[in-house]
Design a protein around this ligand. Sequence first.
Ligand code: PXP
Length: 249
Amino acid sequence: MLKLGVNIDHVATLRQARYRDTPDLWRSEPDPVAAALLAEQAGAHGITAHLREDRRHIIDRDLQCLRDSISTPLNLELADVPEMVEIAIRTKPYIVCLVPEHRSEITTEGGLDVRGCEASLKRTTQRLNDAGIRVSLFIDPDLAQIEAATRVGAQAIELHTGRYADHFNRKDERNVELQRLIQSARAAYSAGLVVNAGHGLTVGNVPVLHVVPHLAELNIGHTLISRALFVGLTAAIQEMLDVMKGYRP
Ligand code: PXP
């Protein structure tokens, strides 16, 4: 069964828009932890949160609360920098997804350059694994990056579906992106990696993504929180789970 990891960063973004300077104010809302609990009740198989170095959405306190309260696996997205690795080791999520991070970006814009940072990613993966934490690498669907991810010793990859989503309405370009995703998923699976995917996915583009083999989990945030404004989070998640049911691994 294809699993759904719900990314709750976007709930925290809304809270920080009002309460960034008064994080301990009792009435700060909306609470991303409450959203995570609701997502679990709605059928989410996991919760994803990204602690950015600039703390623009998720803050340290959220992580601890998430760790203490959710019952599905926590997927913690982090940049490969010492401060974040220490936080991950203290928090002990089920899995860490290492992502590239640039302060000026609105959201994670590209995949990790695993080949370019192989030595550091290998060290970090080993440290996290030694602490009992699995490691995933957020990468573009590129065979050279998959090979590098294997050498690094990661347990999983998350294929960046942003280009697929961006080109969805142009069939030829969409098919090129789909082919890249299909080949990458095959190569990663053959190398023993768990294959996840995410970024820019919606109920409109997920059904076409079903042609990509070996997918274990989709990580989805923006569209679910956007849709929740109109139909509520439970309904938004159930709509997504419904379209994911058609996936045949
Ligand atoms: N996966 C990763 C690694 C991400 O950084 C993000 C964006 O926060 C997502 C998945 C979810 O992307 P979206 O919000 O577009 O669904």
